[in-house]
Design a protein around this ligand. Sequence first.
Ligand SMILES: [Mg+2]
Length: 425
Amino acid sequence: MSKVILQIDGNNFYASCEQMIDPSIKGKGLVVLSNNDGCIIARSSEARKMGIPMGQPYFKLKNKLTQLNINVRSSNYELYGDISNRLMQLLRKNCEELEIYSIDEAFGTIKRPKGKCLYKWGKDLRALVYQNIGIPISIGIAETKVLSKISNHLAKKIQTNSGIFDIGIIQNKDHYLNQIKVDKVWGIGKRMSIWLKNKGITNARELRDMSSEQIRKKYGVVGLRIQNELKGNLCIPIKETSSDQKEISVSRSFSYPIDSLEDLNQAIIKYVLIASAKLRRYNQLSSAITIFTNTNTHSKDYYRSEATGKISVPTSNSKIMIEKSLSLTKEIFKPYKNFIKAGVILHKLQSNKYNQTLIFDSQNIKEELYRQRLDKTIDNINLKNGLDTINWGSSMMKKEWLPRREKLSRIKTTNIENIPTIYAN
Ligand SMILES: [Mg+2]
């Protein structure tokens, strides 16, 4: 038995999530827009076939999308995050190790019985994920991470592979590696690919076979690792991701720039409330909070600022977090700046099982219990009736700067009220 690396990736993930919760758009053209309904960031395969490009501003393609009858959705990160969690949980059960690489990508490992092709195993996993989560995935199987990425690419590219490819079972991989352009190899950046092309190296096979001395001289151990992985020697290990989160972050772009401390405070409070509710949902506490804001990256006087504050007793309480973050916004605010984005990161997370209550005196314990009950009541009401049904006064003022999400799918998997009702008679 030998260990193999799997690279698993949700196909057109955001679009697939939208199609999963709304069967009326399944198999149809669909695009998902970025924050603020700005650009196209995901397409269903149908929209791709109709020639809709990625990354284009929505307003430029609006007419074309209408003509082609393509559905449009604002990004619904709450939904994608929830589907991603479910996907990763299911993958964790079916792999020996799992490294969550992004919202829709993971590396895993399993054992290969001697000489056995794992196509059938992949096919079963793919069917299991589709049955349980409702989204299609692609699986690349190989000896190393770099090869598993290539294998996954071939799984998608060659139709007869139907989403699974096991390059690890193939002794002579030349035919396949010849098809992979060198700049598509995982870990090869733009500058390195230009350097390689100048040396006449255009595809993955040529990179694998070139002089390793040349690579070492220019790119050191990092370059050598990629070449070795192409040869089938595992050099980039799996970093197992624990199911506990390391940090919780909430950030958004505004629909128009804001320049007052009052508006920035409101935005930060809003994000603190979302983040602390998440913290409580995961039964965790935080003892450090970072807030940040920035102006437009492309503007001449680009300005970015962040501040971090420690919280002496780990907490998940909204009021404590709001107080702390408001003392920090004064530090990051600068007059006459047009801020277009802000965010909150809660870190130093720990389980709430080990709450340090011993250092409270009896009066504090009483207050803490009141606070916990209040948070719980607010969470329950909002969970049932939708975010923002009840909230802190400081977050309820004018909010025209909230990001535009005009095409948001109303259905969420995180809200029991949104589950469709089926009538049978
Ligand atoms: Mg993907």
